[in-house]
Design a protein around this ligand. Structure first.
Ligand SMILES: CC(C)=CCC/C(C)=C/CC/C(C)=C/CC/C(C)=C/CC/C(C)=C/CC/C(C)=C/CC/C(C)=C/COP(=O)(O)OP(=O)(O)O
Ligand SMILES: O=P(O)(O)OC[C@@H](O)CO
Ligand SMILES: [Mg+2]
Length: 226
């Protein structure tokens, strides 16, 4: 149940439809966990609806918080992105301050996992939403990862290539500089071979869109960490 042991995660978008039989296959795929998250169209209703459907299965489920209004009890963990290459402090710490003020009394800090996010696909929706500035060199990414580990001391550094398959050598270099902080890799994984390639370096891989684009191929990505 400890997220530190998770090697493979499916990220489900509450704004997208998923049929009951497809959801069953995802939940019983052998993945370590499911994250509910997305960058637009996330509402309290669609988050609760998906959470309730997933809770019929034994798989752990976490919320990756993207709006304050969609925070609800009932998850095993809450992943809280802080977008380090955002040029707007709203996405780095302001919403976090507002949410902590609002939920402070009921927050169980053991369940709240800060993620140092580095958005590496400049064309993805999350980059547009958070006004992320392009990160042009490996040294810049490594510097963010080192800040997360040694200055912010967040437990997770997330290389977010959402929608685009990233640079495996870059992931390897970032990983080689991390000791405590867990490296999440997400973006563009469509095949078992790609999942295996990234899982050889990242501590945890996240598969999102392929669940909706080609479920059978998505399910095979679980084999990469077995
Ligand atoms: C009992 C109870 C209710 C307890 C709750 C305790 C709790 C969780 C309190 C909240 C604590 C807190 C500090 C919350 C932070 C609030 C917040 C809104 C922070 C901002 C987070 C943030 C930076 C969001 C930006 C968007 C982002 C980076 C989303 C990540 C997901 C992502 C990239 C998905 C991929 O996008 P997708 O939509 O799939 O894109 P495509 O369609 O192109 O595929
Ligand atoms: O949807 P994909 O491209 O698989 O990316 C997964 C995840 O990192 C998105 O937040
Ligand atoms: Mg998506």
């Amino acid at each position: 149940m400890d997220y530190k042991e998770w090697r493979h995660i499916f990220k489900l978008d509450p704004a997208k439809e998923i049929a009951a039989d497809a959801l069953e296959k995802v939940c019983e795929s052998g993945t370590d966990a499911i994250i509910i998250g997305g960058s637009d169209g996330v509402t309290l209703d669609n988050v609760i609806d998906l959470l309730m459907r997933i809770r019929r299965y034994a798989v752990p489920v976490a919320l990756e918080v993207s709006t304050i209004d969609s925070i609800t009890p009932g998850f095993d963990f809450y992943f809280i992105p802080s977008v380090l290459n955002s040029t707007d402090t709203k996405w780095v710490k302001d919403l976090h301050h507002k949410a902590t003020k609002e939920f402070g009394e009921v927050m169980n800090w053991e369940e709240i996992i800060p993620e140092g996010y580095c958005i590496l696909n400049p064309d993805c929706k999350a980059a547009e939403l958070t006004h992320a500035e392009p990160v042009n060199s490996i040294d810049d990414i490594i510097a963010y990862a080192q800040m997360v580990e040694h200055m912010f001391k967040f437990p997770v550094f997330y290389m977010e290539y959402s929608g685009m398959y990233g640079e495996v050598q870059t992931v390897a270099k970032v990983k080689s500089g991390l000791k405590q902080t867990q490296l999440f890799y997400g973006g563009g994984i469509k095949t078992e071979a790609q999942a295996r390639e990234m899982a050889a370096h990242a501590d945890t891989i996240i598969v999102g869109n392929q669940v909706y684009d080609n479920l059978n191929e998505a399910l095979k990505t679980v084999n990469a960490v077995k």
